[in-house]
Design a binder for this molecule. Structure first.
Ligand SMILES: [Mn+2]
Length: 471
């Protein structure tokens, strides 16, 4: 046999057809790059019939390894522990520098040999690798059935309204777009709508960058549509009562107080976007960069970058979407652009900032854009030793205050209500809150505008509420 016949990029030692078949079909090694080393005549014939290059030798035969190695790598797929041991031993003595990959179909705790015996050998647990992929495929097979039922309900409708939360968030927005694309609809035959409006600057940026329109509707408008679909929310979550709903797809805790012909509510999921992506993948719908970006951003925000409880499905969806999404767009959504004049507002706000206890206060005075206030509040929280940031700005006839905290202290929503509920609407979550205080309600005004004394009074109320809440 001429020597060049025995060189190959990958040398594969295997013992059975099942291993050889796995390597051939699942790993799809290019046949021209592979030389199979086998012991049995029968397997040699089987491989040769498939046009593959085979060298028959004993795995214990060091001369044989000297002949076929060095190769780029050696893949060892042997289930018999004795053969595995003698092969690795022979290879180590002859060609100890060859990268060796042992392919095991056993789970890690049932490996017949201790990998520590051959510290330079890498063991791949092929079975365990395939199991998550199989679970994904199982979910997609299930999704096909759901999509079929969804189509039975929606396909003959002329107009479908996708109703989102009262203040639509990225998950709702992305899912509305996903459902429209899944069903091959347009924004005319399947508009996105809300009883409220998109208010958060990031979410508004998302609608602009991904070109999404959200209609503001009232309950009376619903009768104009043949079907009502809700994504990322359920009827009891909305301010208004719904006369009817046909389809609900959501991941919030299951509500039982309403009827719908189709309900897919999976509370364990980190985002509804994960459910919608399963529908799209099951149907092999092309997921554009725009849609991938929306869905990825939805999972990012709903799971705080996978930092909240998520399922394997969410992680897998995230991984699938990541290379298909446009991360520049996501950066632009997360940092809505600031006009230059707001730099001056930032500078003034920081110059006048005051720290008391672990709270930083900054008052911007009149602002041209409301979103400067939460942005400065986010920024101020980075100051060393600060647990709370409270930033205000006068916008129109109101003093808007953004409150942020580091998250492991009292809930921002509770403190802000205790401080200023008598002055205007306020509320929020654990680490973020907002107050909208009509100027007319504030003390110590001059010419209708807040003064230093106004701000001191508000700060005192806030600090007092914080101290009371701590006791
Ligand atoms: Mn959600």
């Amino acid at each position: 046999m001429p020597e060049r016949r025995l060189t190959a990029r990958t040398v594969v030692a295997c013992q059975s057809r099942s291993h050889a078949g796995l390597l051939l079909q699942v790993l799809a090694l290019p046949p021209g790059d592979v030389l199979y080393v086998v012991e049995s005549r029968e397997l040699e014939r089987w491989l040769k019939r498939r046009g593959l290059r085979v060298h028959r030798a004993s795995f214990r035969d060091r001369a044989a390894w000297r002949e076929v190695l060095p190769a780029g790598q050696l893949v060892v797929a042997l289930k018999d522990p004795r053969r595995l041991r003698s092969t690795l031993e022979a290879v180590r003595r002859e060609r100890g520098d060859t990268p060796v990959l042992v392919l095991s179909l056993h789970p890690e705790d049932e490996l017949p040999v201790d990998p520590a015996t051959w510290p330079w050998v890498y063991v791949s647990f092929a079975g365990e690798r395939f199991q998550p992929a199989f679970r994904t495929d199982t979910r997609l097979a299930r999704a096909k059935i759901l999509v079929r039922r969804l189509r039975e309900i929606l396909d003959d409708a002329k107009s479908i309204l996708v109703l989102l939360q009262d203040d639509p968030d990225p998950d709702g927005l992305a899912c509305g777009l996903a459902l429209r694309i899944l069903l091959g609809r347009t924004k005319v035959s399947m508009p996105l709508a809300s009883f409220g409006q998109v208010t958060r600057p990031e979410n508004r940026a998302m609608t602009e960058i991904l070109d999404l329109d959200v209609l503001q509707v009232g309950v009376d408008d619903l009768a104009k549509y043949d079907r009502i679909v809700m994504v990322d929310t359920q009827p009891p979550h909305l301010r208004q009562q719904l006369p009817r709903v046909d389809v609900v797809i959501d991941h919030h805790p299951v509500q039982t107080s309403y009827e719908a012909r189709f309900k897919d509510v999976r509370n364990s999921y980190g985002a509804t976007a994960t459910i919608l992506l399963e529908y799209l993948r099951a149907e092999r719908v092309k997921v554009s960069e725009r849609l991938a970006t929306g869905l990825l951003y939805a999972i990012r925000t709903d799971t705080l970058l996978l930092d909240r409880p998520v399922t394997e499905a969410d992680v897998e969806a995230f991984t699938w979407l990541f290379p298909r999404a446009n991360t520049n767009w996501i950066r632009r959504i997360e940092r809505p652009s600031l006009p230059r004049e707001t730099l001056d507002a930032f500078a003034d706000g920081l110059r006048g900032a005051r720290i008391e206890d672990d709270v930083i206060f900054s008052h911007l005075g009149e602002v041209a854009r409301e979103d400067v206030i939460p942005q400065l509040a986010d920024f101020c929280l980075q100051v060393e030793g600060v647990d709370w940031s409270v930033v205000s700005g006068v916008f129109g006839e109101e003093l808007i205050v953004s409150i942020r905290n580091v998250g492991f202290v009292q809930a921002a929503g509770t403190v802000v209500k205790a401080a200023w509920a008598s002055l205007g609407p306020c509320g929020g979550h654990r680490s973020m809150a907002k107050a909208i205080l009509p100027l007319a309600n504030l003390p110590h005004l001059r010419k209708g505008q807040p003064t230093e004394k106004t701000y001191r009074a508000l700060e005192e109320l806030f600090l007092a509420a914080l101290r009371r809440d701590r006791e």
